[in-house]
Design a protein around this ligand. Structure first.
Ligand SMILES: NC(=O)c1ccc[n+]([C@@H]2O[C@H](COP(=O)([O-])OP(=O)(O)OC[C@H]3O[C@@H](n4cnc5c(N)ncnc54)[C@H](O)[C@@H]3O)[C@@H](O)[C@H]2O)c1
Ligand SMILES: O=C(O)C[C@H](O)C(=O)O
Length: 314
């Protein structure tokens, strides 16, 4: 199993490190545009192997896609992270060009790869990569839902003083303030969360989850990487080991939830073929309205990308 991670910054290097020390891939190729940066990160991860006891080979290259040839899976993390005061959508003008050119290079050398996009604004960067890659939708997806549910589960574990391992949750929608956590589908050791926590505390946790990325940007001056890098690696693992795991993943909807053509997070089955199934939940009226609202927001940002593409080709 060969995995390429494009972007050797905070998220990309963390993802490569998890892929290596958990031996999810035999070979991890890190690519960055900054001279020597990916080489240095890959060497550092390799030098950790005798300490953490793994034999995954890690290789770093500066913009040399020939070294990525025949990758099974490619994770795209290249692009700017936001700074305090910015929204994820503010990154579109810089990151769209980066994601599109990276995807072109990736596909040229690994035409059968499965692509996992991490760069923000996530849902629209997944759209950008899918447009460029021209692969079936099952092979181009975005990582956000694992991260968002992880934040939700971590906050719940803290409030309930229980292990995060015992909290199961799913959420829908775009990766942003309009994401739709689903308390009805949240359980703690099999018990519906609503039996264990009062409504006010639960609502406060949902609000904190929606602003989870922003909370960290405010604290650190840049965005998060440990949980995002690990979340992307968990998606790689599900595909590489054909685990058939169920995760919320961003994918182009084709009629599911009554939505056509928008890229949104929904629960899917992840296995060796990428997204092997989209799971449709029965939503109530309130949940449906929240999902429509999230779709509307993502649509608007997709239209910004469309107009950027149209003005470039004129
Ligand atoms: N989907 C999510 O849940 C999620 C979570 C965290 C971060 N992100 C996003 O991931 C992206 C990366 O975040 P980060 O914290 O790692 O940023 P970072 O600045 O630490 O790393 C980004 C790297 O991309 C590289 N890069 C830029 N253009 C490139 C190109 N054309 N080819 C190859 N490499 C290139 C840069 O040199 C840099 O090393 C950001 O857009 C951020 O918003 C998304
Ligand atoms: O918040 C960000 O800008 C990065 C990422 O989307 C996150 O949720 O951590």
């Amino acid at each position: 199993m060969k995995v390429t991670v494009v972007g050797a910054g905070n998220v990309g290097a963390t993802c490569a490190d998890v892929l290596a020390y958990r031996e999810i891939a035999n070979e991890v190729v890190l690519v960055d545009i900054k001279e020597g940066f990916a080489e240095g990160k890959a060497l550092d991860i390799w030098q950790k192997s005798p300490i953490n006891l793994y034999d995954t080979r890690t290789v770093g290259v500066t913009n040399d896609y020939s070294r990525t040839a025949d990758s099974d899976i490619v994770v795209i993390t290249s692009g700017l992270p936001r700074k305090p005061g910015m929204t994820r959508d503010d990154l579109i003008s810089t990151n769209a060009g980066i994601v599109q050119s990276v995807t072109e290079n990736v596909i040229q050398h690994s035409p059968n790869a499965i692509i996992i996009v991490v760069s923000n604004p996530l849902d629209v960067m997944t759209y950008a990569a899918h447009l460029t890659a021209k692969l079936p939708r099952s092979r181009v997806m975005g990582m956000a839902g694992i991260l968002d549910t992880a934040r939700y589960r971590a906050f719940l574990a803290e409030a309930l003083n229980v292990s995060p391992k015992d909290i199961q949750a799913v959420l829908l929608g775009g990766h942003g303030d309009t994401m739709v956590p689903l308390p009805r589908y949240t359980t703690v050791g099999g018990i519906p969360v609503t039996e264990l926590i009062d409504e006010e505390t639960l609502n406060a946790i949902i609000e904190r989850t929606k602003n989870g990325g922003g909370e960290l940007v405010k604290l650190m001056g840049t965005s998060a990487w440990y949980a995002p890098g690990s979340a992307a690696a968990q998606m790689v693992e599900a595909i590489a080991r054909d685990q058939k795991r169920i995760f919320p993943v961003c994918i182009k909807l084709e009629g599911e939830y009554g939505i056509n053509g928008t890229y949104l997070g929904v629960p899917v089955v992840l296995g060796k073929n990428g997204v092997e199934k989209v799971i449709e939940l029965q939503l109530n009226e309130d949940e449906t309205e929240l999902l429509r609202n999230s779709e509307k927001h993502v649509r608007e940002v997709m239209e910004v990308l469309d107009s950027m593409t149209a003005s470039k080709s004129n």
